[in-house]
Design a protein around this ligand. Structure first.
Ligand code: NCD
Length: 295
């Protein structure tokens, strides 16, 4: 797959070979630097972020490129003067070589990309997609297990609103994976994201023993109509040390972070907990992706 000069808006742009090539490249990035000297990246964030923005910026810096960043686009950009996303895209693309963008609305990144003359990478558009998080999640499991085929992939949490689960599910359609979907009532996975065999449960304890991957994420409070509505789900699904006693010896526990209460701190030292490793892996995956897009 050739990503040179392409926008990266959706997980549906990847096929199996493309993913495996990207993972091999990310592995190389763990020891090698890069060659994007002279290239300039803008990060346009209309929604809060810690990891994703730093990770993209670290990736570009480690590749020898340079970064311009606005973490508060909603408050400090021409958005406040009612500039359209299309115009902002056009304008910023006159200045930099690649744009990384996050925004609370589904489809917003595609809108900005439509008029951009340089590649735009989706760093999260509302509850819809978060392609690079999905990529780094799969990369983490691929590194741990050596393959993604034959795995039982558990997803635990707010499957309705978490773009992270949506992106994982879409990328996993290229592999022989069976899903076990665990969510509170009302926060089930929209079925159009799932390809392949799946079963659903409301009770983590009764299905955790089946999972090779235990992929978790917080209740996505900011996507609910009101904080009272979100409050109803507080503490709904919690992975703690007792729960981990029921998991496979070689399970891989994922979480994109930030965590709230869905994984207790007691799990952090469990060798199966890979959520802090994911953060480092994310830099390598984004280095590999930036190289492909700008290469
Ligand atoms: C995720 C996101 O923003 O969707 N965070 C991240 O990018 N690591 C997950 C979340 O906010 O729950």
């Amino acid at each position: 797959m050739d990503f040179q000069g392409q926008h990266i808006l959706s997980t549906n742009q990847f096929d199996k070979d493309g993913l495996l090539v990207l993972f091999e490249e990310a592995k190389k990035m763990e020891s090698e630097g890069g060659d994007l000297k002279g290239k300039l990246m803008a990060t346009l964030f209309y929604e809060p972020s810690t990891r994703t923005r730093f990770s993209f910026e670290a990736a570009m810096n480690r590749l020898g490129g340079k970064v311009m960043s606005n973490a508060d686009m909603m408050e400090t950009s021409a958005h406040t003067k009612r500039e359209t996303l299309e115009d902002t895209g056009k304008v910023v693309s006159k200045i930099v070589d690649v744009i990384v963008m996050r925004h609370p609305e589904k489809g917003s990144v595609a809108k900005l990309a439509a008029k951009s003359e340089v590649p735009v990478i989706n760093a999260g558009d509302g509850a819809s997609e978060h392609p690079t998080q999905g990529l780094l999640d799969l990369y983490t499991v691929w590194k741990e297990k050596g393959t993604l085929d034959g795995l039982i992939w558990g997803m635990v949490g707010d499957l309705k609103n978490s773009r992270v689960f949506h992106s994982q599910a879409d990328l996993l359609r290229h592999f022989d994976v069976k899903f076990v979907l665990v969510s509170p009532e009302g926060l089930e996975m929209p079925t159009d994201y799932i390809n392949g065999e799946f079963r659903e449960s409301k009770d983590l304890a009764s299905v955790i023993a089946d999972m090779d991957v235990i992929s978790t994420n917080r209740i996505q409070e900011e996507r609910f109509a009101s904080s009272e509505e979100a409050e109803k789900y507080k503490g709904a699904l919690i992975l703690d040390e007792v729960m981990m006693n029921g998991a496979k010896e070689d399970a891989v526990v994922l979480n994109p972070l930030p965590r709230v209460d869905e994984i207790t701190v007691g799990v952090d030292d469990d060798p199966r907990a890979k959520y802090f490793d994911q953060v480092e892996n994310g830099v390598y995956v984004r280095m590999a992706l930036l190289k492909k897009v700008l290469g």
